[in-house]
Design a protein. Structure first.
Length: 232
């Protein structure tokens, strides 16, 4: 029993949390949890690129949000390792009252004064799923992936906001933030290294960086109208 406990405490497990690839969204709506939004041709190329990047890694578990764009992103990674894609509802996009609407400063949903009440509290936030709730479900999903791939590596495909929020929590940053400052580019990997059950480091990489339009890369300044066709 003591030997098993010591081995468990010393296990190194890496859980890569990947943001899905580019989505076909010509209307530029905030699609959130809506069904029917699939990867674009470019998004599929991004997924394939990350699958190639991870081909030689010790991946033993692949899981994704139930939304189509996440499942489609996970598919080539799972295939490269002879695995099926598991589904975890806890990896889903954050709920948002503006789902299905266009959203921007001076246009879309923000032109209607009736929507302004949803912007009253950026710390919770008042327009959607509380940040704390996102932390709870994402940490549980990471824990499930860690246990499924104990001593190896796992890939979880999720969405920008939940990924950034759980990373901010682990790195002890405040949860409320400027969305333009998130380091979570399309098809990026935020990698959590566990020693036993404890996270000991967080890494970030962009295997498909050359495929991502420059204005959408991490740290780039936002461009007016750039959200069209790209979602969370």
């Amino acid at each position: 029993m003591m030997g098993d406990m010591t081995q468990s405490e010393n296990d190194i497990t890496v859980v890569h949390v990947m943001r899905h690839g580019e989505v076909h969204n010509p209307e530029g709506v905030l699609y959130g949890r809506l069904p029917g939004y699939h990867l674009s041709d470019l998004g599929r190329r991004m997924a394939d690129r990350v699958a190639e990047h991870l081909a030689d890694r010790d991946i033993t578990y692949v899981v994704a949000s139930p939304l189509e764009r996440a499942q489609e992103t996970a598919a080539p990674i799972a295939k490269a390792h002879g695995l099926d894609v598991a589904t975890d509802e806890r990896l889903i996009e954050a709920a948002n009252v503006f789902q299905g609407k266009t959203f921007g400063v001076g246009d879309g949903a923000l032109r209607k004064p009736g929507n302004w009440r949803h912007l009253a509290n950026p710390f919770r936030p008042s327009w959607g799923e509380p940040y704390v709730d996102q932390v709870v479900r994402m940490m549980a999903a990471l824990g499930r992936a860690r246990d499924a791939a104990r001593g190896h590596e796992a890939v979880c495909v999720s969405h920008q906001l939940p990924i950034w929020i759980v990373r901010s929590f682990v790195e002890r940053r405040r949860l409320w933030h400027d969305p333009r400052r998130r380091q979570c580019t399309l098809a990026s990997l935020t990698s959590f290294t566990f020693r036993g059950d404890r996270i000991v480091s967080v890494g970030y990489s962009e295997p498909a960086r050359d495929l991502v339009p420059p204005h959408l890369r991490a740290g780039a300044k936002p461009v007016k109208g750039a959200s069209k066709g790209y979602g969370a």
